[in-house]
Write a protein that binds this ligand. Structure first.
Ligand SMILES: CC(=O)SCCNC(=O)CCNC(=O)[C@H](O)C(C)(C)COP(=O)(O)OP(=O)(O)OC[C@H]1O[C@@H](n2cnc3c(N)ncnc32)[C@H](O)[C@@H]1OP(=O)(O)O
Ligand SMILES: CC(C)C(=O)C(=O)O
Length: 593
């Protein structure tokens, strides 16, 4: 019988292994029966699941409207302006700048953008209004002199809102949308001069909970008034408002609308997800796959309740798939700082692409793979003759190169009790160009592990370097060890054997060490043997630390010293001296106690 099958037999004699039936979860006692499931859409020939997003959608930032309306302390004019300027710099071409009929702050802000010429010619500002005549008039008034402007009109269309908020029939609700659209057109005609390129957006608010055929009916009625056609687009925006279904159901609804809307080629079909179920980004992405041309959201998902769709997240998701988001996220921390200043909100540490910790690994297996990934990337790029920064990205656990969003590699690996040799080796390589041989990585990681086990918490790169120096590299400031090389040395070769003579200090006493061997390392071993140190070199590695005339080299030797196996390190401009120093390092460590 083989050893394996006896293990298998022994295992089979144990009590029954874990099965689904043996994992007994208990009823929560929470009143889940009060909630109604969102159901599904009958669309068996749906096409979106096999679509890929191959180009950026049109983006609309609603930071200054939906984002702003959800703040405890809405943005001051100065903060709004800072946000507007950031959005323009990033490349957003459609920016919802407020709800001018809400009061003087928003109205005056829109006026200031226009009067101060802050709106680039290729940027369209948008303003939101309810479908009420006085509000529409005021809204249109705010736009006088704008180069390009869209009025965005909304009214809720779902059964709950029809019954509870508007207390009206379907026809009443459709009437609000139709009358509102007509009023927007009339006031635009009356108030705006011809120098404003004017657009219109309509949102059946709470689209997600509206019967599809009714949403379609309302949108068609609105279009009958606006009359979209060649050179006369309408934006139909289908919001989740309150995210209440899985993204696939929302995608089905978008595909259904996209298929059934008339005059489709003149419609910019727009998605406006919120994030109540935590799937706003997925809703937007699936909506694009399902036919949405345009995406509305806010930077870092600011917005009502759990927030609007996170524009940075969707844009960077595209980037990470090789699609140009058409928005410049290359300085993500600058975007984050401005966001935090304007909104007085904080981007959490784990926020996709922008959080402090999102490019950082603490755990050993992740760090090991990342280090190997960087090594392979460098080698592959060099072999292809391409700068690393231009080579196809592929580093485990890092979906994008942190440098592409302006981050450094410093925080990629941070060391604590969950870390292994790979992470520690990465820090030494990244910060000090020391490329430790594998067995030495294991030895040194045990030393760091002992520190983290004893002290807990994180070990910073500076801590790691201090421990490394203390362990392997005695310095003038920390001159521990029995033996130190000093003064001059000579190396001569006679009959194929090397004779080495070197000045040293042993136990505080200056001496001359001499020995012979078939190479300087073996000659130095002989010299050490003559003062009673039994040292045998088991492994040896060296590499350059820098380039040029004053280049430094690092040597690593694995030695058996008086029966103890351990590593030593030497750094010097001369490779022979670096290797002798490495042997001294190993001997001193062995005798350090
Ligand atoms: C999903 C969204 O984010 S929608 C955007 C929401 N944003 C905001 O509301 C921010 C700015 N809003 C405001 O400052 C104020 O709401 C104002 C100034 C616009 C209006 O204030 P008020 O006149 O006091 O009305 P209020 O906001 O309370 O609105 C309620 C009334 O408007 C009606 N209403 C609500 N939405 C709409 C709409 N889209 N179209 C027409 N009427 C509407 C309600 O049925 C209600 O009518 P009732 O008074 O006859 O019952
Ligand atoms: C006005 C609409 C588009 C809105 O903000 C929403 O439904 O969330």
């Amino acid at each position: 019988m083989t050893e394996q099958s006896s293990i298998a037999r022994a295992f089979n004699d144990r009590p029954t292994p874990i099965t689904a039936a043996s994992v007994q979860q208990k009823p929560s006692g929470m009143p889940f029966e009060r909630y109604v499931p969102f159901g599904t859409i009958d669309l068996p020939d749906r096409t979106w699941p096999s679509k890929m997003i191959t180009q950026a959608p049109r983006w609309l930032s609603t930071d200054l409207r939906d984002g702003n309306q959800a703040l405890i302390d809405p943005m001051s004019p100065a903060r709004k302006r800072k946000m507007f300027d950031l959005l323009v710099r990033l490349g957003y071409k459609e920016i919802e700048v407020g709800f001018p009929s809400s009061g003087a702050t928003d109205f005056e802000f829109v006026r200031s953008l226009i009067n101060e010429g802050a709106i680039p010619e290729d940027v369209t500002i948008s303003v939101l209004t309810q479908a009420r005549e006085d509000l529409i008039e005021r809204t249109v008034e705010s736009l006088v002199g704008a180069p390009r402007a869209t009025v965005h009109l909304y009214n809720a269309t779902s059964p709950l809102f029809r019954r509870v908020v508007f207390k009206g029939s379907k026809d009443d609700i459709k009437g609000i949308a139709v009358d509102g659209t007509r009023l927007v057109m009339e006031y635009a005609e009356k108030i705006l001069r011809d120098d404003t390129v004017f657009g219109y957006e309509y949102s059946p608010e709470i689209f997600i909970d509206t019967e599809l055929d009714f949403a379609l009916e309302v949108c068609e009625a609105v279009m009958d008034v606006w009359q979209p056609g060649e050179g006369r687009e309408i934006i139909l925006n289908l919001p989740t408002t309150v995210e209440r279904s899985t993204p696939n159901v929302y995608a089905d609804k978008i595909e259904w609308m996209s298929r059934n809307l008339s005059r489709r080629e003149f419609i910019a079909l727009s998605t406006h997800p919120h994030n109540d179920r935590g799937t706003g980004v997925a809703s937007a992405e699936l909506a694009i796959m399902a036919g949405a041309d345009r995406v509305e959201g806010c930077l870092f998902g600011q917005g009502e309740r759990t927030g609007n769709l996170d524009l940075v997240n969707v844009g960077m998701n595209l980037f990470s798939q090789g699609v140009d988001p058409m928005i410049d996220f290359s300085d993500i921390d600058e975007i984050r700082r401005t966001y935090e200043y304007c909104n007085q909100m904080v981007v959490p540490e784990r926020h996709p692409y922008a959080g402090d910790l999102v490019y950082t690994s603490f755990s050993g297996s992740h760090q090991d793979a990342i280090k190997k990934g960087f090594d392979a990337l460098e080698a592959d790029a060099a072999a292809a003759g391409v700068p690393v920064g231009e080579y196809t990205w592929g580093v485990p656990y890092l979906p994008i190169d942190p440098k592409d969003v302006g981050r450094s590699y410093e925080a990629v690996i941070r060391v604590n009790s969950q870390s292994g040799k790979g992470g520690i080796a990465y820090v030494l390589k990244n910060d000090h160009k020391l490329d430790l041989p594998r067995r030495m990585q294991i030895e040194f990681s045990r030393i760091i592990q002992a520190k983290t086990d004893a002290e807990g918490g994180e070990v910073t790169p500076a801590d790691i370097w201090a421990v490394f120096q203390d362990e392997y590299l005695p310095t003038k400031d920390n001159p521990w060890g029995r033996i130190a090389l000093s003064g001059s040395r000579s190396l001569t070769t006679e009959d194929g054997r090397d004779a080495l003579s070197t000045e040293a200090v042993v136990d505080g006493v200056p001496v001359t060490l001499t020995g012979t061997g078939n190479g300087p390392v073996s000659a130095f071993g002989d010299a050490l043997a003559r003062i009673g140190v039994d040292v045998r070199v088991l492994d040896y590695a060296e590499h350059a630390l820098s380039e040029g005339g004053d280049a430094q080299a690092a040597a690593y030797v694995e030695c058996a010293v008086d029966g103890k196996v351990l590593w030593g390190v030497g750094i010097d401009g001369n490779t022979v001296l670096a290797s002798l120093k490495a042997m001294v390092s190993a001997v001193n460590r062995a005798q350090r106690g």
